[in-house]
Design a protein around this ligand. Sequence first.
Ligand code: ZN
Length: 159
Amino acid sequence: MPRLEVIKNPNPHLRRIATPVALDSITSKTNQKLVDDMILTMKKENGVGLAAVQVDVNQRLIVVLDDDEPLAIFNPELSNLSFAKVMSDEGCLSVPKVWGYVKRHRSLTWKGFDREGKAIGGRAAGFFAIVLQHEVDHLNGILFIDKVESYLETSNSQI
Ligand code: ZN
């Protein structure tokens, strides 16, 4: 499993809208290897989430840590975003050495497909909800620096 190269801002590929993944291709060798390589890359880079666009694959696929367990979500969708927001301190593997506060919805409903092509989803709150918002933003060409309210000297959070 090779570690993938994470592309960095201002690479214009980070600004593309990622394409939905055909459900019958989720279990293909190519996509399974991509999931394995993305999980390895996320761990090696000490991230808690990684979107396929960050490794220059223009597909709607993210990997996230959910209670320290890696989870791949194909075609993730967020809905029922809470009115309540929280301030989240964030960094990003594609925006090195920049950290800042971003306003995020406190809770949301998410859905998508796991690496076996099974429909998954649920209600999320707290840090997991923040990570999902950060990663789905990547699939829509949005970086956290577009939304940052104030910058920080440093943070532990690399999403
Ligand atoms: Zn990021």
